[in-house]
Ligand binder design. Structure first.
Ligand code: F6P
Length: 556
């Protein structure tokens, strides 16, 4: 528990004083003055390389940020997390996603005095055995045909991770299998997938930590009803399996708990891709590749746990983010992966980071004294370049960017990889250096523009630059590298939460909307008009319009 507000700590105040000078710096000058800046400001871990040299800071800034991490007890909280202490104190839960990817003999985590490694590895063994049977064609549908399609029904952490990883690692997929993901309660989502699959050869995975999430349960019910138009109820066991912590609800739904893959309350939804929630991944890419994915994350865990703060990749990435957020006032962070198959990575990070650190109350129950989690957004890099990068280059807000580049492609189409990387590196260079009025003038003069036209154009064509970015390099988009990268972002999120003094592992903010939706659902379904006094005028009018539209649709 922190008793001191962040802004009252000595380290934070030292950073504020330092910022008065640092605010004057331009990245162009920092690079000019320090030719070995890249050498000094990059770090390697678990096969990844993070270049953080294009941030508006110097060695003094970093050393003050390290003091801040120490003063906020990052190391002690990290060790408490790894050992299984209940650091998610508002839910009285340990936070042990790291135990899911640790080799059995390297896992010392305990919950309530009980080691967790044995049950983790028993479930992994079940995943291995099941995925091998499905992939090998021994697990068959009710008419004896092999499984060709896997439909994961889940939302939030029970969707974003598996979908992102299955997409990123599609190179490793089994030729016979296609994975589909249904998350949205909007029936168009399920409808579209059902139109593409055959009940005889489809395996549904109902993935929900709680097994009570409205969207997932409705989608699962509708998928079961669709299946029963073709197969019989005794065939369900061959086509429906569950991933959950809630065995009671799983059997109430009609899934045999033999076909349930459990996990535990000490795995947060947004940290659950390493648990049985990763079942679609193991099915699609095979257990051995899934194990490499876990090993990559474990390599990053070891680095995070063992490396000194000064050369600790997640700590550095987190502290650079704190500098940008709390001293340079950046309200958002853009994620720009330069790899088509990482297209769902920004959405994955939105949940990871914003559901973890989108908080305003500290661990001791008082409001935070600084801004917390920036908004996270983005898309694959080259597409973003032709859409919103204009704002990043010349808009009024400074938005830091995480560029993610993969050095080795898995295609062999000539020229594309060079073009892709050229774009990635050019963007970070442009954000860093900009283009000043003299450079613009020289360009326009070379084109022979008359002085009057030239003067009018210069302000529009000038770029301030000095816009911070990180570049993360992956050797290739392998299971190991992807696992390491996700773990990097998890630990970055952890360190920032520790510095802000918030609980990164609960999510009370999503509850209110869920409760209100229940009331409104009943009103939308009811024959009698709802009592208008229960809602504000806007909500009442919207409910009335929806009821009217439904009535009109019924009458044809
Ligand atoms: O509503 C938010 C949330 O609780 C997330 O934290 C979680 O990942 C998602 O819903 C899905 O929850 P479940 O896996 O229990 O269906």
């Amino acid at each position: 528990m922190h008793t001191t507000a962040l802004t009252d700590t000595a380290a934070f105040q030292a950073l504020q004083a330092h910022h008065a000078t640092a605010a004057q710096w331009h990245l162009r000058d920092l690079f000019a003055r320090q030719p070995d800046r890249f050498e000094r400001m990059h770090v390697r871990a678990a096969g990844l390389l993070l270049d953080y040299s294009k941030n508006r800071l110097n060695a003094d800034t970093l050393s003050l940020l390290m003091s801040l991490a120490r003063e906020r007890g990052v190391e002690a909280l990290r060790d408490a997390m790894f050992s299984g202490e209940k650091i998610n104190f508002t839910e009285q839960r340990a936070v042990l996603h790291t135990a899911l990817r640790a080799p059995a003999d390297a896992c010392d985590a305990q919950v309530d005095g009980q080691p967790v490694a044995a049950e983790v590895h028993a479930v992994l063994e079940h995943i291995r055995e099941f995925s091998e049977r499905v992939r090998g064609g021994q697990w068959r549908g009710y008419t004896g045909r092999e499984i060709t399609d896997i439909v994961n029904i889940g939302i939030g952490g029970s969707f974003l991770g598996p979908q992102m990883v299955c997409t990123a690692l599609r190179d490793y997929r089994h030729a016979r299998l296609t994975a589909h993901f249904v998350s949205n309660v909007d029936g168009h989502d399920l409808d579209e997938v059902l139109a593409r699959i055959d009940p005889e050869t489809t395996l549904f995975i109902v993935a929900s930590k709680t097994f009570t999430t409205q969207e997932t349960m409705l989608n699962a019910k509708s998928a079961r009803a669709w299946f029963l138009q073709h197969g019989k109820s005794e065939d369900l066991a061959k086509h429906f399996v569950a991933v959950s912590t809630n065995a009671k609800e799983v059997s109430a739904f009609g899934i045999d708990t033999e076909n349930m893959f459990p996990f535990w309350d000490w795995v947060g939804g947004r940290y659950s891709v390493w648990s049985a929630i990763g079942l679609p991944i193991a099915l699609l890419i095979g257990y051995d590749h899934f194990a490499q994915f876990l090993a990559g994350a474990h390599a990053m865990d070891r680095h995070f746990r063992e490396a000194p703060l000064e050369s600790n990749m997640p700590v550095i990435q987190a502290l650079v983010g704190i500098w940008n957020r709390n001293f340079l006032d950046s309200a958002s962070l853009t994620i720009a992966p330069y790899h088509q198959w990482l297209r769902f990575f920004p959405a994955y990070l939105q949940q990871l980071d914003m559901e973890s650190n989108g908080k305003r109350i500290t661990r001791d129950g008082t409001p935070v004294s600084v801004e917390t989690c920036p908004a996270i957004w983005g898309d694959v890099g080259t597409n973003g370049q032709h859409a919103y990068f204009q704002l990043l280059h010349q808009g009024t807000d400074i938005t830091p960017i995480d560029f993610i580049a993969v050095l080795k492609p898995s295609h062999a189409i000539a020229e594309h990889q060079e073009a892709l990387l050229a774009n990635c590196f050019a963007q970070s260079e442009a954000f860093m250096r900009g283009k000043d009025a003299d450079e613009v003038r020289a360009d326009l003069q070379a084109q022979g523009l008359p002085e009057a036209e030239l003067a009018a154009l210069i302000p529009h064509k000038t770029f301030d630059g000095n816009r911070p970015s990180n570049t993360l390099l992956l050797p290739e988009l392998s299971p190991h590298a992807l696992g390491a990268m996700i773990a990097l972002y998890e630990h970055k999120t952890f360190v920032q939460g520790a510095i802000w003094g918030i609980n990164s592992f609960d999510q009370w903010g999503v509850e209110l909307g869920k409760v209100l939706a229940k009331t409104i659902l009943a009103e939308l379904k009811s024959d009698t008009a709802p009592d208008a006094s229960r809602h504000d005028a806007s909500t009442s009018a919207l409910i009335a319009l929806a009821r009217e539209a439904a009535r009109a649709a019924q009458q044809g």
